[in-house]
Design a protein around this ligand. Structure first.
Ligand code: ZN
Length: 316
């Protein structure tokens, strides 16, 4: 034999995948014709059924394990559910025995539902665990607030519910937009979806507070101050997310837009103040640095960034 088997065995994988040179191919074929050992080795390389078997076995093991854990977590969920039902039953009986009908029992029931939503739901739900847990937690918190409000004869439900909804949206939105089933619908518009959710729940909260306070004067003042601030958040989001400039330009534009929208408050504020002064509520804007200064500073920074970026681009 012209070549030794070690050399050929090094070449065999390349030969098998047909990526070796013409010269190597000839050498390998010459050698294979007279060496049964190397021929055997090539056959074992071509024999992919072994790999397939291993993959199949691996998948089977993973599948069985997954089923096992799903069964276990469903069992754990059922047991915890049973444990939760004990205080519910006790309270039901005590409430019926001591009062005329069911009253505070519903508060206990709603309270336990809040706990169950974060413990039992993730154990029992098979798909979209995070989404289902956050949704059921939000719903049960709303239910609890509603029940307490009805029981205590209050009229504050919408104020607390909208404020709670805003707070939970701030917490949950970043997780919800990146998980099933929501992420399939919004794809790469996650930031936009979060900003919309924040703005919508914030406006809802402001409206609820205004109607609860029952004063028309609340709205002009509240929105004159808060909407430019919401605008700052949107402007910064749009600049950072969508503009294709360097960080220096973006920083400058963020500062400039914050300055411009803050100066909008100092225009809208006094206008709203006119309607408020009649009611005796006083308003003072404690702005000491003129916001327009920030617009100028921001534009200068953006300009420097733009020029620096331009020079860099020119060199390339
Ligand atoms: Zn050989």
């Amino acid at each position: 034999m012209k070549y030794n088997c070690d050399l050929i065995s090094d070449l065999l994988p390349l030969y098998k995948d047909e990526i070796c040179s013409e010269a190597s191919r000839k050498i390998v074929e010459e050698h294979l014709a007279e060496c049964p050992d190397c021929k055997k080795m090539l056959n074992s390389l071509n024999d992919v059924t072994i790999d397939e078997k291993i993959v199949k076995e691996k998948e089977e093991v993973i599948g069985t394990q997954a089923k096992f854990f799903k069964r276990k977590s469903a069992l754990a969920g059922s047991i915890i559910g049973l444990i939760f039902s004990i205080p519910i039953l006790v309270c039901l009986i005590v409430n019926l025995a001591t009062g005329a009908g069911l009253t505070w029992f519903f508060i206990v029931l709603a309270g336990i539902l809040v706990a169950a939503s974060v413990i039992i739901v993730p154990l029992m739900v098979r798909e979209n665990k995070m989404f289902m847990t956050m949704a059921s937690f939000t719903a049960s918190v709303m239910l609890l607030l509603g029940v307490i409000c009805i029981y205590s004869g209050g009229n504050w439900f919408f104020v607390t519910a909208s404020a709670t909804l805003f707070g939970l949206t701030v917490l949950f939105a970043p997780f919800i937009v990146s998980r099933r089933p929501v992420n399939a619908y919004i794809k790469n518009r996650k930031g936009l979806a979060i900003m919309c959710a924040y703005t919508a729940t914030f406006v809802l909260m402001m409206l609820a507070i205004g109607f609860y306070a029952g004063m028309k004067e609340f709205f002009p003042m509240a929105f004159a101050v808060s909407m430019p601030l919401v605008g700052i958040a949107w402007a910064m989001f749009a600049i950072i997310r969508y503009l294709r400039f360097n960080a220096c330009v973006k920083t400058g534009l963020c500062i400039a837009s914050a300055g411009a929208l803050t100066s909008l408050i100092s225009v809208l504020g006094p206008a709203a103040e006119a309607s408020i002064s009649r009611t005796g509520v006083t308003y003072s804007s404690g702005v000491s640095v003129p916001p327009l200064t920030f617009v100028v500073i921001g534009l200068v920074i953006a300009g420097i960034g733009f020029l620096v970026g331009k020079n860099k681009g020119g060199k390339k």
